[in-house]
Design a protein around this ligand. Structure first.
Ligand code: NDP
Ligand code: 8X3
Length: 257
């Protein structure tokens, strides 16, 4: 069955790879992001494989998002699948030094905008008793690391929100899935380090990270399971990544001892 798939953050990384993967299968696509040139190029690239429409909006702008969704014409106006993928990490500073504006942007994008998009699309899915929401979390939402602070917390929110949605939607034929990738080479680190390519490259140096296509293939599969099967959550890492032991500081002394 041809599905209408709304992908946020479709201008690069996982979102773009998802667009390419779902286009291969002939699904109808709604591509959302801020960079119009990227989206238009992608739409042109995919136009021979599927129907595509583009929404150039900042997902943190509530009015723009509402207007963009309202502007969708049939048959794009009834998404079967929402891939809540747009998101970002900004900086890697410890909590007492981090830029407060960066924190607010991460919460606005990774949490508030994802919640808003879900709330705007969900009533239609409920009315049609059909749909699938796929939220992109992160291993950072499970496993803290120095400098992860608000980014990790925002992804922990995504994981719990996905579960809460499932609880609310029980009895309806609407699926909710949460995908938590580990280290994947996209524009993620360039964005995190304010376009400093040397710093971004260091993250992946000497590794074989996940690719955007690896995650897109997994999302495509999650979306292709039989109607009665719901993948709740999937954590995915490259083989070269795993957990370290908990850190212990051996230099501290305490005056009350
Ligand atoms: P990219 O930076 O390559 O892609 C991020 C996408 O989000 C871009 O298309 C960007 O589009 C879009 N986006 C960001 N802010 C906004 C905004 N305000 N409005 C609209 N779109 C926005 O990174 P990834 O593909 O890696 O990231 C995709 C998701 O995966 C994110 O949620 C990220 O947190 C998560 N993730 C990434 C991992 C990794 O290691 N790469 C691992 C785990 C999770 P534009 O700039 O054009 O608006
Ligand atoms: C992206 C993975 O480990 O850089 O969510 O936070 S990590």
């Amino acid at each position: 069955m041809k599905k209408t798939v709304l992908i946020t953050g479709a201008s690069s990384g996982f979102g773009k790879a998802c667009a390419e993967r779902f286009a291969q299968a002939g699904h109808r696509l709604i591509l959302l992001a801020r960079r119009a040139d990227r989206l238009n190029d992608l739409a042109e690239q995919l136009a021979s494989q599927c129907d595509v429409c583009v929404l150039c909006v900042d997902i943190t702008d509530a009015t723009a998002v509402q207007n963009a969704l309202a502007s969708l014409q049939a048959p794009f106006d009834q998404p079967d699948v929402l891939i809540n993928n747009a998101g970002l990490a900004l900086g890697l500073s410890p909590a007492d030094e981090a830029d407060l504006t960066d924190w607010e942007t991460m919460i606005a994008t990774n949490v508030t905008a994802l919640v808003r998009m879900t709330r705007l699309v969900l009533p239609g899915m409920v009315a049609r008793d059909h749909g699938h929401i796929i939220n992109i979390g992160s291993t950072a939402g499970h496993w803290p690391y120095p400098g992860g602070n608000v980014y990790g917390a925002s992804k922990a929110f995504v994981q719990m929100f996905s579960r809460e949605l499932r609880a609310d939607l029980l009895g309806k034929k609407i699926k909710v899935s949460n995908i938590d990738p580990g280290m994947a080479e996209t524009e993620f680190s360039l964005v995190r380090f304010d376009q400093a390519k040397d710093k971004a490259d260091k993250v992946y140096e000497g590794t074989k990270p996940l690719s955007a296509e690896d995650i897109a293939e997994i999302i495509f599969w999650v979306c292709s399971t039989p109607a009665h099967v719901n993948i709740n959550t999937l954590e995915v890492m490259p083989v070269c990544q795993a957990w370290g032991p908990l850190k212990v500081d051996r230099t501290m002394s305490f005056t009350d001892e």
